[in-house]
Ligand binder design. Sequence first.
Ligand SMILES: [Fe+2]
Length: 254
Amino acid sequence: MLDLHSHIVPEIDDGSVSLEVTKDMLINAYNEGTRCICATSHYISGDFQIQKEIYDEKFLSVSKLGEEIGIQVVKGLEVYLTPNLLELYKEGKIWCINEKNYMLIELPMREIPLYTEDVLYNLRLCGVTPIIAHPERNFKIANNLDVLKDLLEQGNLAQINAGSLTGLYGSAIKETALKLVEKNMIHFIGSDAHNNGNRDTSISSGINQIKKINQDLFLWIVDNEEKILSGEGVYPLEIKNEKKKGFLSRLFKK
Ligand SMILES: [Fe+2]
């Protein structure tokens, strides 16, 4: 399986604190059935801007460790949504998964900024497909799934955190995560691992949840993860709408 989201590169963000920890994270990932992991370090324009050269150098050691353990490690970033993403991309300051054309983008937790659709649209015009990181953790989306539905129908994709499906972030986020899986509203799974403790690289329980709830979606994920790495286009499953209640059930509703 592919783990699309991890902070496995050491000493670069709030993720792994050393190459030793990275090694433990990779071993755990291997034991969890992960065979490819994206090293998606945080990038926050104006606040936390990783230099490409420093990332590349650290990535190399992680990639070598991965090879020894049996996991392919690919480049990536978790880019925080700001209005200037297209400029940053054109300037080579931010990059996509495996340096192809899918970009993991983090929305603010409490809101959907007014410029969200425009920024994502402009990236798509430039051939970059945004993947929204853990939408189940965004308050606006949790309160109204149509907010995410609109973004997906515009051509964006979404990645769910495995931990959201197992209750790591609480029951409310778990409930939202399960609904997103039921409705085909996510396309990839990631550990969002930050360490080898409470935020580790485990994804198998989350994957099993997806398999149990929505077998078609599980098969879609397996079929399409390779395409993200090679930059090929994907064709998401149709979003399932709320089942409309029949006249009789509405009439006899308690
Ligand atoms: Fe993350």
